[in-house]
Write a protein that binds this ligand. Sequence first.
Ligand code: NAD
Length: 503
Amino acid sequence: MTTSHSAPLGHLINGQRVVGGSRSQPVFNPATGQAETTVMLADKTTVEAAITAAQAAFTSWRNTPPLKRARVMSSLKVLLEQHADELCEMITREHGKVLSDAMGELQRGIENVEYASYATELLKGEHSKNVGPAIDSWSEFQPLGVAAGITPFNFPAMVPLWMWPMAVACGNTFVLKPSERDPTSALRIAELALEAGLPPGVLNVVNGDKEAVDTLLQDPRIKAVSFVGSTPIAEYIYSEGCKHGKRVQALGGAKNHAVVMPDADVPNAVNALMGAAFGSCGERCMAIPLVVAVGDETADAVLAGLKTELAKIRLGSGFDAQSDMGPLVTRAHFDKVKGYVDQGVKEGALLLVDGRGAKVAGHEAGYFLGPCLFDHVKPGMTIYLEEIFGPVLGVVRVKTLQEAMDMINDHEYGNGTCIFTRDGEAARYFTDNIQVGMVGVNVPLPVPVAYHSFGGWKRSLFGDLHAYGPDAVRFYTKRKTITQRWPAAGVREGTVFAFPSSR
Ligand code: NAD
């Protein structure tokens, strides 16, 4: 392993930037199609070095008073705010999303750091006096040891911040493996954490691919794994991690439906759907790729509104303040999304707006796909069933709310959904009975705030506890319950064979 402060992008182990491994891959600017950085792909030895550093830092960090750990998070929040422009530029350069969207992502990440700074309050535990004669009992929440996080490309700053700030605030140490497609911002944030006072080794970052991930999954020193990414990999992480005795939460893919009721405020619903379907080029796990319109009149009104708005959408570099939508993340992803549009046409959905020929002047080699809009999408079609993760919105026509809900409940994914309506009874029935983890009422992207927790149902989440918020405190700690008595000196007590109870 050699130390480096310049390209290629390496890892952060024990507080030092290192270049580990012999394999590397280019990181592209999706707006230009040019490789602007190279990222090292950590080998087993490099990942093991990161785990060793995290293990060595654990005892001292675990015993650091929670208030001191929390203060590091408060300092980090300030540093993240001060470095917001720099971080958002990194995100836009490698992901492609427009700068204002990068800023939204970073702000949501910062809110998780802020929540982690309340660790003293969150780790207080539970206490009961006199659970028996002169017996007191309390539960405390102890850190697990070394935890790992494996994150996707689509929120390169925010999703890592869902994980490690709370993990370390709870007294764990951490190894983060960000997406190799846009790794720069996570590494830079880890450096800011050092500047904020996080001791070396408490947070380590390894860049890499399957070799790095498999090392984390198999090493017995890793006690817990948080994963966010696609469902096939989430399922693999969950089963491999559990097989190796780890606590695992693995958040997967999605196919989120928005129901539009006949009484909905259609212009407002259309505006909301535009952002939810095409913001970040549809590369959000809470994006809305499907509208379920109740009644043909509703469908026609929504489609007319969408067509009008889509004619105004501005496609361009994320650095251009005029752009609403940037490029897709890679050439391979562009080809995949375009392939779904071709497939939708082949399977008989009606393509009303076709973004396949879109061009952005001056960015001819960028991965730009214009927005696409389908009518007459039907359950069973590939574009209905599979996650596309691009700027492709399909409208499904149904006759009743119940038909819409049955369809949503039958889908393999259950991440997010929403209903547009002015009918409280319908909204209440929907929120109560829909088999989805995060539900909006006239809110298209019901992403929980940092002090709630985030997670889908069905094949959108493998594991029990959701990400960030109160669930994260439980995920990154083990409950220990202590029952204590101090018998009076010199008093002899008889043997009791009955099971101790309050009888
Ligand atoms: P991905 O599954 O390809 O990659 C996620 C992580 O897994 C990356 O760090 C990657 O290096 C690693 N990985 C990829 N292939 C692997 C393999 N074979 N073995 C081990 N590790 C592997 O996901 P992505 O394309 O980066 O992100 C998009 C996906 O993430 C979408 O499906 C999206 O819905 C999902 N996502 C879900 C949530 C959520 O909260 N549910 C949030 C954001 C993104």
